[in-house]
Write a new protein. Structure first.
Length: 219
């Protein structure tokens, strides 16, 4: 059954990305939400090997992101709603995070965050859009924290999903505030849907813990 749902996600995601016209907006929004509803279904069907709290929080994050997909046409409202979705993901990832990840692994994320803040928020401050500039900085901070917490889980599906989410949001933001990117919608939505699928699938990840004797692995 899960394979059927995954196939449906691919089919409806492709239909939305490549075949649905911009107008009417209401129908476009509806078709955009169909793959997310299927991803939510996929997440609910996935048995958890992490924890029940992780599954519940991931599903809550997916639901909030689905709402954000519907209101993103009002950009600031969408930005705030996605911000809340990332907060849910942060709490989910934190609940299974492990401290054995070296802090230097955060350096690429920090450098990337500074670069994006200067590029995106700087473009808004330069034209007097201070509110949007600060909103962008806050969003960059929360999505990078989400990425860092994903790395700390050491769950491959979680990490891939978080990095794809960062890539998708980066393309969208650069296109909106800096320069036009060819085939933006395809880049943004393919990586976005993929990110949500990976995060949903991470519910079924197997967490490896160490016993007192670190040579003995307990699954």
């Amino acid at each position: 059954m899960k394979k059927i749902v995954l196939t449906a996600i691919i089919i409806f995601g492709s239909i939305y990305i490549f075949f649905i016209p911009p107008e009417p907006v209401g129908f476009k929004i509806f078709m955009k939400l169909v793959p997310m509803a299927l991803i939510l279904t996929f997440a609910a069907m996935t048995p958890t090997f992490v924890s029940r709290n992780y599954k519940r929080t991931i599903i809550a994050g997916l639901l909030v992101c689905m709402i954000a997909d519907g209101v993103i046409y009002w950009f600031l409202a969408g930005l705030i709603t996605f911000f809340i979705g990332h907060v849910f993901y942060i709490f989910a990832f934190k609940s299974v995070s492990r401290n054995r990840v070296p802090i230097w692994a955060a350096i690429p994320l920090l450098l990337y965050g500074v670069f994006m803040a200067v590029l995106l928020a700087g473009s808004q401050f330069s034209v007097g859009q201070s509110v949007m500039g600060f909103a962008i900085i806050a969003y960059i901070a929360v999505i990078l924290l989400m990425g860092w917490m994903a790395i700390r889980t050491r769950l491959k599906l979680t990490i891939v999903g978080a990095l794809l989410f960062i890539f998708s949001d980066s393309v969208l933001a650069i296109d909106r505030f800096v320069l036009d990117i060819p085939y933006r919608d395809a880049f943004v939505m393919v990586t976005y849907y993929a990110a949500q699928v990976f995060i949903a699938a991470s519910i079924g990840s197997r967490v490896i813990q160490y016993s007192v004797n670190r040579n003995n692995l307990i699954r």
